[in-house]
Design a binder for this molecule. Structure first.
Ligand code: NAP
Length: 278
């Protein structure tokens, strides 16, 4: 069977689950990786340089695009993908950006959205808020080792979303055209502070996890120490100030609208990922 749905970022949090869902439904998928390929349906692509893009798009009908974490100028990553989608006359592109990008028309993610909107390619844009899965990835070390979430997020509320719902939405939009042309903000079902998150993780992890609102300089040191690029660290710190200021305190009906069911709860996520924290 030919591979006709291209998934960029296919080994990441969202992309890997899109691939699983599409394959389970019998669709054929081509995946990109920046690493050496290990399977026939993979293609080596370096999104930072454009290397491998021509081969990635050959014979493709539909595609999912994201900008991998770590890149502050997401337009530089996404614009060549959108140009290729246009040149290849794709039947559909699903682009994942982030909730709130519409607030800054000059921002790199919004610029990429505008390129896609103007491309003539049938599309959906999905804008998820903060992922629940950050607590078993980015912030897992502090929770596991010290029972601590230390972020400069104050008591700002977030409608954390289970990334598995993002993937399910993306898979549906990739394969069905009824909602084409829509931009959809995706959140979970409830607004929670990081203190609420710590309390929920405590319930399932068998230990007390606390949340502390810390000076941004502390997170900056941690992220730079982990090797993240300085411009990406500044972006994350800015996003945290938005959380603290309350800009992430809203819920959307996006998951319900696309999937016809409510988004997954933090409690379900925590049960499913509790092994991460012990
Ligand atoms: N985390 C959140 O709370 C949140 C909230 C809203 C929006 N977002 C957005 O979500 C996106 C990240 O999604 P994600 O977490 O699912 O993805 P991810 O895990 O950051 O990255 C996906 C994959 O991209 C590949 N990759 C990295 N650099 C590459 C390169 N130079 N060329 C080709 N491939 C490369 C990697 O796979 P290989 O190792 O196989 O190459 C990686 O596993 C970002 O755009 C972020 O802004 C995140």
């Amino acid at each position: 069977m030919p591979s006709n749905i291209l998934i960029v970022g296919a080994s990441g949090t969202v992309g890997s689950e899109i691939v699983r869902v599409l394959k389970a439904a019998g669709h054929s998928v081509r995946t990109t990786t920046s690493k050496p390929t290990t399977a026939p349906d993979q293609v080596h692509v370096n999104l930072a340089t454009g290397e491998g893009l021509d081969a990635a798009f050959a014979g493709i009908d539909r595609a999912f695009f994201l900008s991998p974490g770590g890149h502050a100028d997401q337009y530089k990553i996404l614009a060549p993908l959108i140009a290729k989608a246009k040149a290849a006359n794709l039947k559909k592109v699903v682009l994942m950006t982030a909730a709130g990008v519409e607030m800054n028309p000059e921002g790199p993610m919004r610029k990429a959205e505008i390129d896609l909107e103007n491309s003539g390619v049938p599309y959906n844009i999905i804008r998820p808020t903060w992922f629940m899965q950050n607590f078993n990835t980015f912030w897992v070390y502090g929770i596991k080792e010290f029972g601590a979430i230390r972020l400069p997020a104050g008591d700002g509320q977030v409608g954390f979303i289970d990334s598995r719902d993002i993937s399910a939405v993306a898979a549906k939009l990739l394969t069905e055209d009824a909602l084409s042309g829509k931009t959809i903000t995706l959140t979970g079902p409830a607004l929670m502070t990081h203190a609420d998150v710590a309390a929920e993780i405590s319930k399932v992890a068998g230990k007390t996890v606390t949340y502390s609102d810390v000076d941004p300089a502390e997170l900056k040191g941690v992220l730079l120490g982990a090797g993240l690029p300085a411009d990406y660290v500044e972006l994350l710190l800015m996003l945290m100030t938005y959380v603290k200021a309350g800009y992430s305190a809203s819920l959307s009906t996006g998951v319900q609208d696309v999937l016809g069911r409510a988004p997954g709860s933090f409690q379900t996520y925590a049960q499913d990922f509790k092994a991460s924290w012990v």
